[in-house]
Design a protein around this ligand. Structure first.
Ligand SMILES: Cc1cc2nc3c(=O)[nH]c(=O)nc-3n(C[C@H](O)[C@H](O)[C@H](O)COP(=O)(O)OP(=O)(O)OC[C@H]3O[C@@H](n4cnc5c(N)ncnc54)[C@H](O)[C@@H]3O)c2cc1C
Length: 266
């Protein structure tokens, strides 16, 4: 229990990460801050590579140094935050990356992407409900491959329109039964009607992961073998995660993992 005498740490340092101003399908909405004491303890002020450390990286180093109480930095290779975390990653001491987290609002992705993302058991998801939220608005999510083929994309757009039409037809028919006296709730009606919706139905969600969990996701989904839509999403996530914690993601390639890049554990 927090007593009245508890001394709280001072407010966090201003982070150089800002929330995205332009709406996009991936928006960073929360991330970890650390107290000034953590920075003071690590004392990186004279580090020439310190061009504005990120709190998430700093927290991982602080956690790692706590393990061995290794606050002095005799080895120049691990004296910087970048060097320290490179060593952590090389030695697969990934648990220190579990302390910091990043939360994203993800919108306009498909239900099939949701099925894949939700397989990652260390992520926390809050997902738009098809039982509570009417599904009769919005465009289908176009798979990346189809963007090259407008005529084939039209097939999907027609199928989507048809599915929304069927959805509305079921809702209207069930509401008529409700009006006739059948005991049906809106939620029951929507949950039955959603069964005609397509995999391309768009969905919104808030997703939180610690840095290790995000590394797991990226290792598998930022890969040429992954589904194209989630691979694109993984690329967007990686770009933002590199702003939150550049040194914790420094070993990731700039292109998806594939034949010429080594896929490593996270
Ligand atoms: C290219 C591709 C194709 C796929 N195809 C299919 C498919 O056809 N069918 C299908 O069902 N799935 C498929 N998947 C999903 C895949 O099987 C995994 O469910 C998904 O990638 C999550 O990975 P994960 O289980 O390793 O990791 P996460 O759930 O992200 O967990 C991370 C790591 O934690 C450890 N861990 C987590 N839970 C446990 C546990 N219970 N016991 C022991 N260790 C644990 C493991 O080391 C694991 O790698 C595919 C994935 C990819 C990338």
């Amino acid at each position: 229990m927090v007593s009245e005498d508890t001394v709280f740490p001072p407010p966090p340092q201003a982070s150089t990460v800002t929330v995205d101003e332009t709406p996009s399908r991936v928006q960073l909405i929360a991330w970890t801050f650390v107290s000034a004491e953590v920075y003071d303890k690590l004392d990186h002020q004279d580090d020439p590579t310190n061009v504005g450390y990120m709190d998430a990286d700093i927290l991982a180093e602080y956690a790692g140094r706590t393990c061995y109480q290794s606050w002095s930095k005799p080895n120049p290779e691990t004296a910087t935050n970048a060097g320290y975390l490179r060593n952590v990653i090389d030695h697969q001491h990934f648990s220190v990356l579990e302390h910091a987290s990043a939360t994203f609002l993800i919108t306009g992705v498909s239900r099939s992407l949701l099925a894949e993302l939700s397989r990652h058991r260390h992520l926390s998801l809050s997902v738009e409900s098809q039982r509570y939220v009417p599904q009769d608005e919005g465009e289908p999510v176009i798979p990346p491959l189809l963007r090259k083929y407008p005529a084939i994309t039209d097939v999907l757009i027609c199928a989507h329109k048809a599915s929304i039409g069927d959805y509305e037809e079921i809702i209207t028919a069930l509401m008529a039964r409700q009006a006739d006296g059948d005991k049906l709730t809106k939620k029951e009606i929507r949950e039955a009607a959603r069964s005609v919706l397509l995999n391309s139905q768009p969905v919104s969600m808030v997703v939180t992961g610690n840095l290790r969990a995000w590394r797991e996701v990226l290792t598998k989904r930022y890969h040429i073998a992954a589904d194209a839509e989630i691979r694109e999403l993984a690329g967007e996530l990686l770009t933002i995660l590199r702003r939150v914690a550049p040194n914790s993601f420094s070993d990731f390639p700039n292109q998806p993992f594939g034949n010429d890049t080594i896929r490593r554990s996270a």
